[in-house]
Write a protein that binds this ligand. Structure first.
Ligand code: SF4
Length: 255
């Protein structure tokens, strides 16, 4: 881990870089939790460039949770058409109806996390960007950056590995500016610390990166997918005469 002073410098370098170099994306012009939420859900499984026109259209048609809660499902799905994974749209509406009933967008991590269709990552993103709450986001980009900076051998394909890196992410997080810091980490992973050919020469945190110092960028993150053994029961019948099998049949055992 870095010393307190190194951590301070790391955070400052990342924030300065993000302020200067971030991509101009429409959801970065707002901290409205509703708009941030819509963008985060759209960005799941979908590329940034593909999301932009949908984001504009969706917010023009459903500008707040009340209009989304009251929308006929067919109109909602038509607006989502092309983004795929329609369950995301249905969950948006379920959550919007809960907000309408409560009268507000929830303003704390647990309540946001409890909404339909929202996992740890999305809850941390909305909490930090819209409400300045100190929750670190962890997506594939952030795992990669942290693994490389600390040459951390945790296996990101395992729950234990993710928990371990999540602890590091909470330590590294800039609690004074969690939203900007989180977005900076994700932006770094998406545009500089790429899975192949990381752009270390232009990286704002290269000074503190152990993978760069040791030339081991391609060894991190560690991802070992364990193959589970599958047990199968089969029933085998055969007809035998004088040591010769005349006919046989195998079928799966009913569970
Ligand atoms: S120095 Fe290279 S490997 Fe390290 S965080 Fe930056 S881009 Fe990634």
């Amino acid at each position: 881990m870095l010393s307190a002073e190194q951590l301070r410098q790391f955070r400052r370098a990342l924030l300065e870089w993000f302020t200067m170099r971030q991509r101009d994306l429409p959801w970065r012009h707002t901290r409205d939790p509703y708009a941030v939420w819509i963008s985060e859900i759209m960005l799941q499984q979908t590329r940034v460039a593909a999301v932009i026109p949908y984001y504009h259209r969706f917010l023009a048609r459903f500008p707040d949770f009340k209009s989304l809660a009251e929308a006929p499902e067919q109109e909602l799905l038509a607006c989502w058409s092309g983004l795929g994974y329609y369950q995301r749209a249905r969950n948006l509406q379920k959550a919007a109806r809960q907000m309408k009933q409560a009268g507000a967008f929830p303003d704390n991590y647990s309540a946001i996390r409890a909404l339909p269709g929202i996992g740890d990552y999305t809850a941390a993103a909305i909490s930090s960007i819209s409400f300045h709450l100190p929750h670190a986001v962890l997506d594939g980009n952030v795992f990669r950056v942290l693994s490389r900076v600390f040459t951390d051998p945790a296996n990101i394909a395992s729950a234990a590995g993710k928990r371990h890196l999540s602890g590091i992410a909470e330590t590294v997080l800039d609690k004074a500016q969690p939203g900007m810091f989180n977005q900076g980490m994700m932006e770094l992973g998406a545009t500089v610390c790429l899975p192949k050919n990381p752009q270390c020469v232009i990286c704002p945190v290269s000074e503190w990166c152990r993978a760069r110092q040791s030339g081991t960028q391609s060894d991190f993150p560690v991802k070992i997918v364990s193959r589970k053994s599958v047990q199968e029961k089969r029933i085998l019948f055969w007809v035998e005469r004088d040591g010769r099998i005349l006919a046989w049949n195998a079928r799966q055992h009913p569970a």
